[in-house]
Design a protein around this ligand. Structure first.
Ligand SMILES: *Cc1c(COP(=O)(O)O)cnc(C)c1O
Length: 388
């Protein structure tokens, strides 16, 4: 057994970003400034979009996206129940109603058939999540959206590298929102990016993301002379700092290198767990690119003497950090009490919620770390499948 704890979702941080952060501190320009501009430019080039807007989180991006596409109190927005709470919370922040849809058992992505069933005269938009980095069924979903005149926002928190039929995730809907949180594929600690090709959305996201002010602090305090700003809306404080961009601008050029390492780990796990009472992630759909953000193992709990939660404890006892992505949102008290959703409503998401466990999948892992994870999983499964 390993003697040091292997943290789940530990980022790989290298010397250039450490130096860049220090350099930012020395210039005194900590908040939104030239490094945010540079990082936005790099992101825009990477995604080949017209705009990339640096923000302090993906959640901020999702909130602003809903505002700029015109979601109003009382509107309905369809969201997957198999996601992180931020996807649905932003809908409630506007006074709109999140309407949950089930996922598919194998891909864990939102089920287009359930989207169609949930559409009412109040439905205005869909927020998609490319779950674990696997592309949603975009052709089918975009057809549904077109038919019912719905706008699509892509929650790409897991999906920076994801592609669908040669199109990059985040470029298929109105706005794509990325997370640079510390556990994601590339990181700035806290941070997010919103991408769009729409001039008006980009302009509004910029304004609403910084207090609703007409001019950015960057231009206000720069060397081009003082300019008054006007407050156009009651906006939000969602801007990215140069300190964050200082990390991101060095992480982004390594996005493919990190992806290749995670693919290698992914394939090792797939081979190692063959024949065990677990389901490894479904095969990757043709003509798509998976971002390999989460390696989710589904435990065949009927064949084991322990529950998923016991499994989590045993992994930690073996010094391996693990995650659960996710307990479906409708099973959490806030959503069930507020929107009347309950156990039994979304059978596939519930099935996954009871069985899923995410294993470490960071580019930081050494081969020895990967072997430790594999050994721990095998050991626990063998010990708990004897008596049934
Ligand atoms: C992490 C995550 C978010 C939130 O990202 P932040 O940058 O922390 O706001 C949103 N949606 C999903 C699916 C996530 O996993």
């Amino acid at each position: 057994m390993r003697n040091s704890f292997l943290a789940f979702g530990s980022p790989l941080i290298e010397q250039p970003e450490i130096d860049e952060v220090v350099a930012s501190l020395k210039t005194g320009w900590l908040s939104t400034g030239p490094k945010v501009r540079k990082f936005e430019d790099l992101f825009r080039e990477y995604k080949r979009t017209k705009y990339a807007l640096g923000l302090n989180s993906c959640t901020a991006g999702l909130h602003l996206s809903l505002l700029v596409i015109g979601i109003k109190p009382g509107d309905e927005v369809i969201v997957p129940t198999m996601t992180f709470c931020a996807t649905a919370n932003v809908v409630t922040h506007i006074g709109a109603k999140p309407v949950f849809a089930d996922c598919k058992k194998d891909t864990m992505n939102i089920d287009p058939k359930d989207i169609e069933r949930k559409i009412t005269s109040k439905t205005k938009a869909i927020i998609l999540v490319h779950f674990a980095g696997r592309a949603c069924e975009m052709d089918t979903i975009m057809d549904i959206a077109k038919k019912h005149n719905l706008k699509v926002i892509e929650d790409c928190a897991h999906a920076i590298e994801t592609e669908y039929h040669n199109e990059k995730a985040g470029t298929l809907g109105e706005v794509g929102c990325f997370s640079l949180y510390v556990t994601k594929n590339i990181i700035t600690g806290e941070g997010g990016m919103a991408i769009t090709n729409n001039d008006e959305y980009a302009k509004q996201i910029k304004i609403l993301g910084l207090h609703g002010m007409s001019e950015h602090a960057y231009e206000r305090f720069g060397d081009k002379g003082y300019k008054h700003y006007q407050v156009l809306y009651a906006g939000f404080k969602y801007n990215m700092m140069d300190l964050q961009a200082a990390i991101g601008m060095h992480q982004l050029p390594r996005v493919n290198k990190y992806w290749e390492r995670r693919e290698e780990i992914w394939n090792k796990y797939n081979i190692a767990f063959k024949g065990l009472p677990v389901l490894v992630p479904a095969a990757i759909e043709p003509n798509t690119k998976h971002a390999y953000h989460l390696y989710t193992l589904l435990l065949d709990i009927d064949k084991l003497t322990i529950s998923r939660d016991d499994f989590l404890i045993k992994m930690r006892q073996r010094n391996i950090g693990v995650g659960v992505h996710f307990i479906a949102l409708h099973l959490h008290p806030y959503y069930s009490q507020t929107f009347g959703v309950k156990r039994g409503d979304f059978p596939n998401a519930e099935w996954i919620s009871e069985r899923t466990i995410s294993l470490p999948l960071s580019a930081k892992l050494t081969d020895a770390d990967v072997e430790d994870v594999i050994e721990a999983v095998k050991d626990i499964i063998i010990c708990s499948s004897q008596r049934k």
